[in-house]
Design a protein around this ligand. Structure first.
Ligand code: FAD
Ligand code: NA
Length: 387
């Protein structure tokens, strides 16, 4: 078995970007190992069998960025639709627009406030603590948007996300809660936004479609590590604690459970994402995938639609790690792993799992492009050490 010039562990956006750049720009032979039976990491999607509707297997993925370099790069592999993300919230039998904006405020308070009036009202409600430093999540939330809106849209939603009483959550989970004093309910503020015209998987496959790139599926790096370690440079995008055999302990993650259902109606909820912030509802939100692609012909789905209820909880062994919990203990543990990672010869750690941080797709791609320019190109071009 001939060794490649570079081994990439993990075929998510981080690993694919590294592989594509090294193969196309430096002419290197790159092998990607992926332990799942498909490439693409968490952005992977597939067509639901009965309806042909594209379903994002690991949760809804919305692409958005203000980084012109990333936007130029991703457009080499896919065109994007004009999709703009908008989210609604069902609270006590009424539907409100999110993020909290003038429309939400006026509906909630049954009023017709001007932007200045709404601003003054929220400032007055947020002053409840009288300048006292917020000591937990609840006080922080109230100090940002006032108690009524906090309790309606944030308190129970967050409790469901964390399965933890918000009084016991740290204030630094939130640094800001966006309130807009206009009727603008576009979810993202970024310059560029859209969904891949032919779906995520076509995009991800095109990134790997290069004669110098070999993708090996169903293969866990740890079962073959000895063939590669110390012999070829490795870019590792799996969990950093797993790489070191959990020697410094486990980093904590939240996971999600997805309950997919094909429903016998043409349109279930009239929008892509509906939040459920009330405590009686066990899930946090429902996705309806048809609405991510209003431009597509969904005739084959007929009187059917695909929905996915999302539930959130702490990850246990064997669960998919989705969001870093990031307690002070986790951050202390991470520092130890960072030292180990730095000292590990010929291995670079990247991506959301390899660095234990939440990364949007555009951030994972930007971070991979920077590792390519700052570490890999100098190594392969000029023989710079790879530490
Ligand atoms: P991943 O996509 O996780 O890829 C890592 C890959 O490594 C996986 O395929 C894994 O199987 C593989 N791997 C791990 N260990 C091994 C091993 N030992 N051997 C072989 N293979 C291994 N971003 C957005 O921009 N917009 C969104 O709306 C959005 N929504 C999200 C929703 C959820 C629920 C989650 C979790 C993430 C979301 N993201 C979103 C983020 C997006 O998924 C990430 O930015 C992207 O997945 C990062 O890519 P990555 O390559 O770092 O990691
Ligand atoms: Na290293």
């Amino acid at each position: 078995d001939q060794l490649p010039d570079l081994l990439v562990v993990g075929s998510g956006f981080f690993g694919l970007t590294i592989a594509e750049r090294c193969a196309a720009d430096l002419g290197l032979k790159v092998r990607i190992l992926e332990r799942r039976s498909h490439l693409g990491g968490n952005a992977y999607s597939e067509r639901e069998e009965q309806t042909g509707i594209e379903v994002h297997r690991y949760g809804a993925h919305l692409f958005h960025t203000s980084n012109a370099t990333v936007w130029e790069y991703v457009n080499r592999f896919t065109a994007f639709t004009g999709y703009q993300h908008r989210v609604y919230s069902t609270h006590r039998g009424q539907v409100y627009p999110l993020p909290i904006n003038l429309g939400t405020i006026n509906q909630f308070f049954d009023a017709a406030y001007s932007p200045a009036e709404a601003r003054a009202l929220i400032a007055e409600q947020a002053a409840e603590l009288g300048g006292k430093e917020p000591e937990n999540f609840v006080e922080k939330g109230v100090s940002l948007i006032g108690r009524p809106l906090y309790e309606a849209f944030i308190a129970h939603y967050t409790a469901k996300q964390w399965q933890t009483d918000p009084e016991k959550l740290s204030a630094d989970i939130i640094s800001r809660l966006p309130v807009r004093y206009t009727y603008d309910n576009r979810y993202f503020n970024d310059t560029y936004e859209g969904l891949p015209v032919d779906g995520y998987t076509a995009w991800l496959e095109r990134m790997a479609d290069h004669p110098n790139i070999e993708v090996v599926l169903d293969t866990d790096f740890f079962t073959v590590a000895e063939q590669y370690k110390g012999r070829v440079p490795i870019v590792y995008t799996g969990p950093v604690d797993e790489y070191f055999g959990y020697a410094e302990g486990r980093l904590a993650w939240r996971t999600l459970d997805f309950e997919e259902e094909v429903v016998d109606v043409e349109d279930f909820q009239g929008c892509p994402v509906m939040n459920y912030p009330d405590p009686e509802v066990p899930y946090t939100r429902i996705h309806e995938f048809k609405h991510f692609h209003p431009e597509r012909d969904h005739a084959r789905a007929g009187e059917k639609t695909v929905i996915m209820r999302e539930y959130s909880r702490f990850a246990e062994e064997g669960d998919e790690p989705y969001y870093p919990v990031n307690t002070p203990e986790d951050r202390a543990t991470l520092l130890k792993y960072r030292d180990l990672a730095k000292a590990e010869p010929m291995v670079l750690f990247g991506g959301r799992l390899g660095t234990y941080q939440y990364l949007d797709m555009h951030m994972a791609i930007a971070s991979a492009l920077s590792m390519f320019e700052n570490r890999l190109r100098p190594h392969f071009r000029d023989g710079a050490a790879l530490t």
